[in-house]
Design a protein around this ligand. Structure first.
Ligand SMILES: [Zn+2]
Length: 379
């Protein structure tokens, strides 16, 4: 049942299209999930995983190499089987609704780059998991959590300088008026923002966005060129003020802290339930690489259960950034227009189903953000 709530700034016709857009994407992610689940089921029911590891053990002498070959095979099969869904979602649908500015070749180059980046990171994590479990049979979940936390800190730190440049170009903002206003906002927030960059989102999409990325020496604010070119200055400044609050209140560190605690709890739960589930499928040891499909099933199940925790934490900091931005600019009207414009242009659902919002929204819904700002004005 779609929500009947609305707001004068929300375009009713665009909301109808937004629902179709959402349904298209939803069908594709469910399709991709079903393909992955069927593949895991086939692998387990036909004992393909055990057979494959048996075959590899006969020819490969060292465990790290066996782990690498097993992971690579699985990663390639899953990536190629889910590629049609990724293509439909990232290319076909985005073109159909007028968002994508990429041609097919550019889209495939991006897919290939993220395929390789994910492969390198995934391989590293996979090696750590299967080399660690035999070394610490009872405490691996604790070690693994600690390593994952350290790894996510490093990855967040290097992201703007190593991974992002593979996909986007960013440069200092050229517009003097925007720069002057940003400096004023930051000094009012009492923070010295090290870097504010314009990023060429327009090379891929018409959607506007801004973000804080990086950690420590790489922390910076990115403003999409799509935001700078199509939005009024006071709307851009509302978006920048929101990012300045994320920056000045160190929300990235807080999110990493909470996510670390969640990771620890997830791995502990995993450790406790894993022997029972492994036994159902005829595996005895968590160190057995062939049992990875079971590992993946348990891990995804726990992640789905924990999803509202991460989403709720994210929404909490987004709300803080919204209220901080309103304090900083004092310009409720610009903020309300910014959110409404985002919602209308990008086909977001203004008032989504409450359960879905609670379960997975990283930001409060556009409708709620607008109502929040209007209540803030009346205060
Ligand atoms: Zn934010």
């Amino acid at each position: 049942m779609p929500s009947q709530r609305t707001h004068p700034l929300i375009d009713a016709e665009r909301q109808k299209i937004a629902r179709r857009y959402r349904n298209n994407n939803l069908r594709l992610s469910i399709g991709s999930l079903i393909v992955s689940a069927v593949l895991l089921a086939v692998i387990l029911l036909l004992d393909l995983s055990k057979g494959f590891v048996g075959l590899l053990s006969g020819t490969i002498g060292t465990r790290p190499l066996l782990i690498a070959v097993y992971f690579s095979a699985l990663y390639f099969v899953f990536s190629f089987l889910t590629l049609p869904f990724g293509y439909a979602e990232g290319y076909v649908i985005e073109h159909k609704y007028g968002f994508s500015t990429q041609n097919r070749r550019a889209w495939f180059m991006d897919w290939l780059k993220s395929f390789l980046v994910t492969y390198v990171i995934g391989l590293l994590v996979f090696e750590v998991i299967y080399l660690l479990i035999p070394l610490a049979p009872t405490l691996w979940w604790l070690w693994l959590s600690a390593i994952m936390i350290g790894f996510s800190v490093i990855l967040t730190n290097v992201f703007p300088v190593v991974i992002l440049p593979l996909f986007y170009r960013s440069s200092p903002i050229q517009n003097d008026e925007v720069n002057k206003e940003i400096t004023q906002l930051s000094s009012r927030a009492g923070v010295d923002v090290q870097g504010v960059y314009s990023i060429d989102l327009s090379s891929k999409t018409t959607k506007a966005n801004a973000a804080v990325v990086g950690l420590g020496n790489t922390k910076r604010i990115l403003i999409g060129d799509t935001l700078l070119s199509k939005y009024e200055l006071n709307e851009v400044l509302s978006a920048v003020a929101h990012e300045i609050v994320h920056y000045s209140e160190h929300h990235m560190w807080w999110l990493i802290l909470w996510q670390s605690l969640t990771t620890l709890l997830m791995f502990y739960i995993f450790y406790r339930i894993q022997p029972v589930v492994y036994a159902w499928f005829g595996f005895v040891s968590a160190a057995d690489v062939a049992a990875f499909p079971v590992f993946a099933i348990i891990f995804f199940a726990i992640s789905y259960v924990f999803r509202p925790v991460g989403a709720g934490l994210s929404r909490y900091y987004e709300r803080r950034a919204d209220s901080g931005a309103l304090e900083l600019t004092g310009d409720t009207l610009a903020f309300v227009h910014l959110i409404a414009k985002f919602c209308n242009e990008q086909l977001s659902i203004a008032f989504p189903n409450r359960f879905i919002e609670w379960y997975k929204y990283s930001h409060p819904s556009p409708g709620k953000r607008i109502e929040f700002a209007e209540r803030w004005r009346k205060k």
